[in-house]
Design a protein around this ligand. Sequence first.
Ligand code: SF4
Ligand code: SF4
Length: 106
Amino acid sequence: MGAAIPLIDGTAGARLPVKPATGSPCNGCGWCCAEEPCGVARKYIPDHPAEGPCLALEWTEGRFACGMIRRPSHYMRLPNDWADGVLGDMIAGALGAGRGCCAEDP
Ligand code: SF4
Ligand code: SF4
């Protein structure tokens, strides 16, 4: 899990949630997105590296969250944020947000 180190630094020493078993409710541990960027990140975030932690992974209120759901215009470098709600909902649907932990156990 070496790729997650830059993200852990961004938590200012917070105690991170531990990845739950595959299929359990997502607890925002961030492991999946720190391991590798998903298809949404690679396709829609300009110049996103193919490997390494996702640039849109955000640490907020004690858990990691997907920045492409929260504020996609920021990461897509759109000129304004008026479509963030619609885009974020579409991305959440495409990612299967709310359907439990989809990452295989390490
Ligand atoms: S989907 Fe799983 S690995 Fe990814 S943040 Fe949620 S609990 Fe963690
Ligand atoms: S775009 Fe969102 S779901 Fe995809 S890797 Fe980045 S933070 Fe995770």
